[in-house]
Write a new protein. Structure first.
Length: 267
């Protein structure tokens, strides 16, 4: 059961459309507000309605969202992937939220975490913050407040300097400002193109499969049987390689894609 206060009428209207059986929202590009910085966010929440509500709202604001519905899966995803922010429920099956937090911090992960919980007493909030939470939001809550808290954490710029700058040859990506340039020339990317490039640069020199892109950029855990990846890769290649030398984005026959300066067997 959803328990949200102060929700805007237009948000409720949009949400009802998104959860309808005929909705194709998950297969479309999210609308990106001009002032919004694209982030990759993990939502760990066992209530399917609540998790879907949060995910859809975040996607409306241009963010990429992964979801986990129990603590064990949530911890695995948080450790295996790089997220800008994690939204974490306290009471989860398999593994509770505070245990997830403690494991993340003990393993050196400093990803900002917003705890969501119906446990709203002062002692509960203090316990969550001491366990490693960066913020604590009590249910029921307004989505607008959650979004504001996400933006505050984003502005803090807690990302480690050695992780904020990605570079392959003369191609540079700043994860704090989301600026991309090659040979000093600014490159304007669409939100999805940026996420693809960021993922490829994080795995520079490695072969990135179509499945990896679908799961980590589109949040698809199935093959949509479309040329969506080919289209975006083609657009991205035109922006980062056309007019520059050498070409960095390689298509590896029968395997996937590789971003690196040295040539690989490609088609």
């Amino acid at each position: 059961m959803l328990m949200y206060m102060s929700a805007r009428p237009e948000l409720i209207k949009n949400f009802l459309k998104l959860v309808s059986p005929n909705s194709v929202y998950s297969r479309t590009e999210p609308f990106r507000h001009p002032e919004t910085k694209t982030m990759r966010i993990l939502v760990i929440e066992d209530d399917i309605d609540t998790a879907s509500y949060i995910a859809k709202g975040l996607k409306e604001h241009g963010h990429a969202v992964d979801q986990a519905n129990d603590g064990k899966d949530g911890l695995f995803m948080a450790l295996e992937n790089d997220y800008d922010i994690i939204i974490l429920d306290r009471m989860l099956p398999a593994l509770d939220g505070l245990s997830i937090l403690k494991t993340l911090r003990s393993s050196g992960r400093q990803t900002p975490v917003i705890i969501l919980s119906a446990l709203g007493e002062v002692g509960d909030r203090v316990q969550g913050l001491k366990a490693g939470g960066d913020d604590y939001l009590v249910k029921p809550f307004a989505f607008s407040e959650l979004l504001a808290r996400i933006e505050v954490l984003s502005r803090r710029g807690d990302m480690k300097p050695d992780n904020s700058q990605l570079k392959v040859a003369d191609l540079e990506l700043d994860r704090l400002t989301h600026h991309v340039k090659r040979a000093g020339k600014p490159i304007d990317l669409q939100p999805r193109e940026y996420l693809i490039l960021e993922y490829l640069m994080q795995h520079a020199g490695q072969i990135v499969t179509r499945t990896m892109l679908l799961e980590n950029v589109w949040d698809y855990h199935f093959d949509p049987q479309t040329n969506i990846i080919d289209v975006h890769i083609s657009r991205l290649r035109n922006k980062i390689d056309k007019g520059f030398n050498p070409a960095l984005l390689q298509t590896v026959r029968g395997a996937g894609y590789c971003l690196r300066e040295a040539a690989v067997e490609s088609q």
